[in-house]
Design a protein around this ligand. Sequence first.
Ligand code: NAG
Ligand code: NAG
Ligand code: NAG
Ligand code: NAG
Length: 461
Amino acid sequence: MLMQSALVALGATLAAAVPTLVAKDNYFVNPKTGNRFQIVGVAYQPGGSSGYDATAPDPLSQKDICLRDAAILQVLGVNAIRVYNLNPDQNHDECATIFNSAGMYMILDVNSPLVGEALTSDKPWESYYASYLNRTFAVVEAFKNYPNTLAFFSGNEVINDIGTGATVPPYARAVTRDLKNYVAKHSERPIPVGYSAADVRDVLFDTFNYFQCAEDGKADDPSRADIFALNSYSWCGDSSFKTSGYDKLVEGFKDSSVPVFYSEYGCNTPSPRIFSEVASIYGPEMTDVFSGGVVYEYTQEANNYGLVNISSDGSIILRSDYFALQGQYAKLDFTKVQGAKPPTATAPKPPTCTSKLITTKGFNNNFTIPALPPELRRSSRRPVSNPDGSVLKGLEVKVLAADEINSPGTNKADGVASPTNGNSTTTAPDGKPKNAGARPVAIVLPALAMGAFAFLAGFAI
Ligand SMILES: *[C@@H]1O[C@H](CO)[C@@H](O)[C@H](O)[C@H]1NC(C)=O
Ligand SMILES: *[C@@H]1O[C@H](CO)[C@@H](O)[C@H](O)[C@H]1NC(C)=O
Ligand SMILES: *[C@@H]1O[C@H](CO)[C@@H](O)[C@H](O)[C@H]1NC(C)=O
Ligand SMILES: *[C@@H]1O[C@H](CO)[C@@H](O)[C@H](O)[C@H]1NC(C)=O
């Protein structure tokens, strides 16, 4: 029944679409109304992350399933889904349109549990390489044109204790930078990129500051996160703002320079859940600081957090958690929740990245982050030679600063011939300068190298 009516509704309103949101200072803003936007979201990964498989359909690639679930989520009242694991090589047009038409944004992780498709907590330096980044760029490429793509997460809970806090931050910030550069170069609109943190209080605020700080406090620092989110399970059962420690979160994030929200919430002990935290999240205690949150999660999996139970034949049973959440939403006036104007006061500035910002001993306080891997900077894997046969060294696409435009003479490679006479400035193996006379420099790439170049032109940043 639900699916039938969804199909009919979709046919009638195919042109309907949510307004594309922007992250402005520490809030999401709906440019159509000028109001702040509160995320009322649900995590959507049927089968769970462990069920992700590159050869199977991902959560946003099957129209009938998206129609079924969008209808159920729409009735629940949510305005966003978070999807963790996506296959950039599949087609997402129909599902993105379905969720868009259903009035829902998509918050998307760029990683997967497969080897080589995420930064690892253990020895992160071994997982930061070109083909991994290529995957993350491919996810951006696959979703950047949908108007309801709200944000990308560069990582999820990669930092979860002091040990990982010592090693992971520079790599996680580097992935954030690479994604932001990719978006800046290839997307027609700015799409925020940020990090989804584990709510481990020992390292939470150091993690937050590591991501939100900026070189010299400049908000346009290309490696600074645009948003910050946390997976928080500290409100369990019939708790309160204080007992749950939500008060400490509001205190800790109150001067944030970027939007902050729960990328997961919904402690399941005791079970079934009553979701009394909803009143707090969308009430006056929190909305000045937080921009809502995402309930974990849509489907019932082995870990027992489901709002619905999906049987093997695809039929669905709504669980009591679904109704409890719906009941909590129903107590709120969402016209009011979504009706707040951003404050007119000057937004908080990002703190400057310095070691003093980090308060926990052992947490990384070095803001020198790794460079983009060389394979994504080199313009061609084939040698490029001068007319005299000498090979250019160090030829690569250099990552320019934000707003910088390339201009003659600023980016050099070793051994490039003089532009006026084609003579190489390097020496031949015999130690004597090699000259080929005055000829124009023409670099003719074989077809294969052109293919490699086109690939890199698509993905290199
Ligand atoms: C880069 O990603 C695209 C899209 O997923 C994939 O088709 C391609 O094989 C990847 N290339 C490399 C070198 O990893
Ligand atoms: C939920 O679905 C599973 C199969 O996926 C089934 O074993 C279980 O009995 C279902 N639970 C309920 C309450 O329907
Ligand atoms: C910071 O990290 C960079 C890169 O790993 C390293 O070269 C530098 O020595 C570190 N600085 C300090 C003060 O440890
Ligand atoms: C370039 O090489 C040619 C041939 O060896 C030589 O005659 C000429 O002087 C060179 N020009 C410069 C500017 O070095």
